[in-house]
Design a protein around this ligand. Structure first.
Ligand code: PEP
Length: 253
């Protein structure tokens, strides 16, 4: 089953207006220069930059995503942003359940699932993040933790058309540490298996499972050539257009 790779950048809480626009323009021209890339591209800036980044990306095949959304369409939720608002702004994707949100905002699998249901209803595609902590990895529980997160966070009617999974070991995020390729493939294959149980084999075979956690130009080739790795969710290295594009090129795009 050929799955088109997705190269996604999570800018997190970085970038003022001028930096964000410059970064988006550089990514946009780099992607245009690739001609017909074999991958799809996505950038997820902070809420404050979405509108300006949208303009800066005009004409380039780079999708726009947010890093979170609320589970309600509208209402008394001071400081929150609804999926419909994101859609209205031109977003096609939203990252949900990133480990930083699970840790900083106590987001459970159930909350992530409710947000995903709302996002799909609004016509957004979700990038649902899962991943084990270092203690869970060291006690041999990585695969079980990830399976449980998939079962709890992914809505039962999700499909490959509206959902992407990102496996991001918490201990590999922003640390420069990366699991062995065997460990990455073991989790991705297990995730695909549990997706097949939950959503059916056809959906699971089509669904993209990204790897995230200290992806760099130097390790992109080996990570992105693993059979069940269908792209990357990139944090730090997505803040430099040169590195983001080099990851794509080295990863076979
Ligand atoms: C992330 O937070 O999604 C991420 C993968 O970060 P980094 O690439 O910096 O490890």
């Amino acid at each position: 089953m050929a799955r088109k790779k997705l190269i996604a950048g999570n800018w997190k809480m970085n970038g003022l207006l001028a930096d964000g626009v410059e970064l988006a323009k550089n990514i946009s021209s780099g992607v245009k220069a690739m001609g017909k890339p074999q991958c799809e591209f996505l950038v997820c800036p902070p809420f404050t930059l979405l509108a300006s980044v949208k303009k800066a990306l005009r004409g380039a095949k780079v999708a726009l995503g947010a890093q979170d959304c609320h589970m309600a369409e509208k209402g008394a939720h001071t400081g929150d942003i609804s999926p419909l608002m994101l859609k209205d702004l031109g977003c096609s994707h939203v990252i949900l359940g990133h480990s930083e949100r699970r840790a900083d905002h106590a987001e459970s699998d159930d909350i992530v699932c409710q947000k995903a249901v709302a996002a799909h209803k609004a016509g957004l595609k979700t990038v649902i993040c899962i991943g084990e902590t270092l203690a869970e990895r060291e006690s041999g529980k990585a695969v079980d933790v990830c399976k449980k997160q998939i079962l709890g966070s992914v809505p039962a009617d999700s499909s490959a058309a509206d959902t992407v999974i990102a496996y991001e070991p918490v201990w590999a995020i922003g640390t420069g540490k990366v699991p062995t390729t065997a460990d990455v493939e073991e989790v991705h294959a297990a995730v695909r298996k549990v997706l097949a149980q939950k959503l059916g084999k056809a959906n699971a075979n089509k669904m993209r499972i990204l790897y995230g956690g200290s992806v760099k130009p130097s390790n992109a080739k080996e990570l992105l050539s693993l059979p069940d790795v269908d792209g990357a969710l990139i944090g730090g290295a997505s803040l430099k257009a040169e590195d983001f594009l080099a990851i794509a090129k080295n990863g076979g795009c």
